[in-house]
Design a protein around this ligand. Structure first.
Ligand code: RIB
Length: 335
């Protein structure tokens, strides 16, 4: 049985096709009694509007493409949820692409979203793809950088000052009297990791006698944190850092699992631990995790608002919104 068409609805309701179109797009233009009759016919026939036809006329769909680095990281799933809520307020939907830190997959999603004529692409890039994003924008798809400052200002962006976030975390450890600081870094091609390391380095440099060691993890996941923690617990006690700052909460939770499984090391007495993002699991960790909170929901919401500005007036000057992170102290540093 073929799907009901707009003509079928018009015939069933005894109105012109244009009246059905108005009920769908400009219901305020149709008399209430006529509108009710058309809606009853839509329901009876099970009519579903053909968005492809509408978007061919309008040039763009009612969807927004969002490409994140790792949907397995609660930071990005919370950001995506906030973006989706903000988009729904204006009748748009968010279609999610997870690059999984893979540049090829990221480019595939950009191509796909361009073909689908999304309203715009919100993206947290794996690496520098300015050339591809510029081409995307020049062909009419707006681009908003998420969790990524726009270097030369070509695109609007929303991010957090990760340098001050790293500084905050390390100043807190130093304030506890810790002097052997270690930074557990994720892959340093991520500007988020580099900026957090910059802030850490600055804080350590301000305290005489403080030292900084960089422990390089191979990813930004709990498993990568476990590998770092397993290596740490095999060290001689006197060579251990007494303050650990991890590039994100997933790394910190992995390190915490290793340390708490070896009962002769205690958090925070022996090793104070700080993460970054303040994901929901930070507060509920076996030792509640001190973390640097990012305004995750606000980042997602702001990204959609920046896109709405571009859609409202394509001549809008791109602007960068940079939020400040916040230190949230919990048991993992309450030494
Ligand atoms: O994707 C790596 C990290 O960068 C996330 O944990 C979050 O901190 C983002 O800013």
């Amino acid at each position: 049985m073929r799907a009901a068409s707009i003509k079928d609805v018009a015939n069933h309701a005894g109105v012109a096709v244009g009246t059905v179109s108005n009920v769908l797009n400009y219901p305020e233009r149709v008399a209430p009694r006529t509108r009710s009759r058309v809606l009853a016919s839509i329901s009876t026939l099970g009519f579903v509007r053909n968005d492809v036809a509408r978007q061919l006329r309008a040039g763009h769909s009612r969807t927004i493409g969002l490409i994140v680095l790792d949907i397995g990281n609660p930071f990005f799933s919370s950001l995506a949820r906030a973006a989706e809520d903000a988009a729904a307020d204006s009748g748009n939907a968010v279609v999610l692409g997870n690059s999984g830190h893979d540049s090829h997959r990221e480019l595939h999603y950009i191509d796909l979203f361009e073909e689908q004529r999304v309203q715009g692409v919100l993206i947290s890039p794996v690496a520098d793809i300015t050339q591809r994003l510029t081409a995307l924008a020049e062909r009419g798809t707006h681009v908003i950088l998420v969790d990524s400052p726009a270097g030369e200002g070509a695109f609007s962006s929303v991010s957090v000052d990760d340098v001050s976030g790293g500084y905050l975390a390390t100043k807190h450890l130093l304030g506890l009297g810790r002097r052997r600081i270690a930074f557990v870094a994720g892959p340093q091609h991520f500007h988020q990791v580099r900026d957090r390391l910059t802030g850490t380095t600055r804080a350590v440099g301000e305290v005489v006698g403080a030292t900084l060691e960089v422990l390089q993890a191979d990813d930004l996941t709990v498993l990568a944190g476990r590998a770092i923690g397993d290596a740490l617990v095999r060290r001689e006690r006197e060579s251990l850092p007494d303050g650990l700052f991890c590039a994100n909460d997933l790394l910190a939770l992995g390190v915490m699992q290793s340390i708490t499984m070896l009962h002769n090391l205690r958090i925070p007495e022996d090793v104070a631990l700080v993460g970054y993002d303040d994901i929901d699991f930070a507060a509920s960790a076996v030792v509640a995790l001190t973390s640097i909170r990012q305004p995750t929901a606000l980042i997602g919401q702001t990204a959609v608002e920046l896109l709405a500005e571009q859609l409202e007036d394509p001549q809008t000057t791109p602007r960068s919104v940079v939020f400040k992170p916040e230190l949230v102290v919990r048991a993992s540093t309450n030494g």
